[in-house]
Design a protein around this ligand. Sequence first.
Ligand code: GAR
Length: 200
Amino acid sequence: PYRIAVFASGTGSNFQALLDASRAGRLGAQIALLVCDKPQAKAVERAKAAGVPVFAFTPKEYDSREAYERIILSELERAKIDLIVLAGYMRLITSVLVEPYEGRMINIHPSLLPAFPGKDAPLQAIEHGVRVSGVTVHFVDGGMDTGPIIAQRAVEVMQEDTAIELQARIQDMERLLYPEVVSWFAAGRVKLEGRRVILF
Ligand code: GAR
């Protein structure tokens, strides 16, 4: 089977959506590993409840980002991972992982990129006063929420929306879109040619 590793830092609601889709046979992929930079995160609990192997680590115990990424790389190789799925993993990735997984590492972000990269994208959208925001799934290239775009879905911003309310509707959309995009990969329907994404 096609094997994915999910990277998460917090709640793991996207991770849960992937687990649910996998169990329902809608993913076409096996979730073979959770990588988490916060051993106490809810995502780790969810993995344990689902019987998914976990690699959890504490970044400050390492000399550099590259040092812990080299350990992660060996875990990914050991687990024979086909695709890295970042789901609320709130750290930049270096070339240690980007290069070996070029075209095989994706991220989800709660805005229509290239608008509002980084943290608190729903709050950024409210503060800017946009009428439409949404969700982006893209390849990871080492920048902050940069990289070739695979899929986007729009979410309307309502007149009275708070950042929390907008975020909740954006996250509902994420939980629909991310399992779908992963299923495209598992079916071999996504290719990266240079900076161009080909869907077929
Ligand atoms: C998600 O909304 C994800 O799009 C966002 O963090 C949240 C994690 O929630 N990611 C970013 O902002 C990346 N820049 P989750 O842990 O419940 O899946």
